[in-house]
Design a protein around this ligand. Structure first.
Ligand code: HEC
Length: 238
């Protein structure tokens, strides 16, 4: 009897370790995001007309970051939900935080772990600015908020538009540790190569291309226009 119990425990434990080891950002699936951020909670998204630099906005930065860093297939997407955690909507992410208390929030303690096997995301820690933004969002009440970024399609430089879009929506899945589709979008040379390749088809959700950002809401028409114009103007490092 005792022996059986141990066998079951060992079996369960090895299963969990196996899942943890295999939690790589390889094949993310479509998940619900975007306008669906309040699903199931009755929490109404709050809209601000312009983005204040002092506020962290869930829909603008937190959700895209978590989509590209945590909600990938094999990890915390709707299908895999490792350890029972799914992180694809506001209500699911909200369930892992205590508003106004980042220090007491599970999500924050997980992304700030510095040692042990279960560093999150497994591909490597988030950038310190990203961690700071999540902290700020929690400490400001973890609202389902959104602002109008005032995207201006007449701005289409690499530094002022393209790299900002890449960093917000794409880099979590496309960096040197986590090469979705073998594509890196974390530096100019690599972004240029993708831009001259299949990028426009994928962000326009053209049939025959894999729709990007994977699992997230489509980029706005203005953001797509910025990338398109940057390409037409010669994909400069400007
Ligand atoms: C959640 C992870 C994830 C996010 C976020 C993401 N990608 Fe991808 N991307 C992938 C994966 C995985 C592939 C490989 C093909 C597939 O699985 O669909 C891929 C493939 C691609 C391709 C090749 C598509 C094709 O049809 O050949 C391009 C181009 C691309 N991504 C660009 C982007 C851009 C630009 C963004 C941001 C706007 C982005 N990706 C955001 C995971 C992601």
């Amino acid at each position: 009897m005792e022996k059986t119990k141990w066998r079951i425990l060992i079996f369960l434990f090895s299963g969990i370790s196996f899942l943890a080891i295999n939690c790589k950002h390889e094949l993310p699936l479509a998940i619900s995001t975007g306008t669906d951020t309040g699903t199931g909670t009755g929490v109404i998204p709050t809209q601000a007309s312009t983005c204040s630099p002092d506020t962290a906005y869930f829909a603008n930065t937190i959700l895209p970051l978590i989509n590209s860093s945590c909600a990938t297939t094999g990890c915390h997407d709707a299908i895999s939900h490792r350890e029972g955690v799914t992180l694809t909507t506001y209500s699911q992410i909200r369930a892992m935080v205590t508003p106004f208390n980042s220090g007491g929030s599970r999500l924050y303690s997980i992304i700030t772990r510095t040692s042990g096997e279960d560093i999150m995301p497994p591909a490597g820690p988030l950038a310190s600015a990203q961690i700071a933004n999540i902290k700020k969002w929690i400490d400001q009440g973890a609202l389902n908020n959104q602002c109008n970024s005032g995207c201006d399609s007449s701005v289409f430089t690499y530094s002022g538009a393209v790299s900002v879009i890449m960093n917000t929506y794409c880099v979590g899945c496309h960096n040197s540790n986590s090469l979705g589709g073998g594509i890196d979008l974390s530096n100019y040379i690599a972004v240029k190569a993708a831009a001259l390749g299949r990028m426009m088809g994928s962000i326009n959700h053209t049939s025959g291309y894999s729709a990007m950002p994977k699992g997230g809401a489509k980029l706005s028409d203005c953001q797509i226009a910025q990338i398109q114009k940057w390409i037409q103007a010669g994909t400069l490092n400007n």
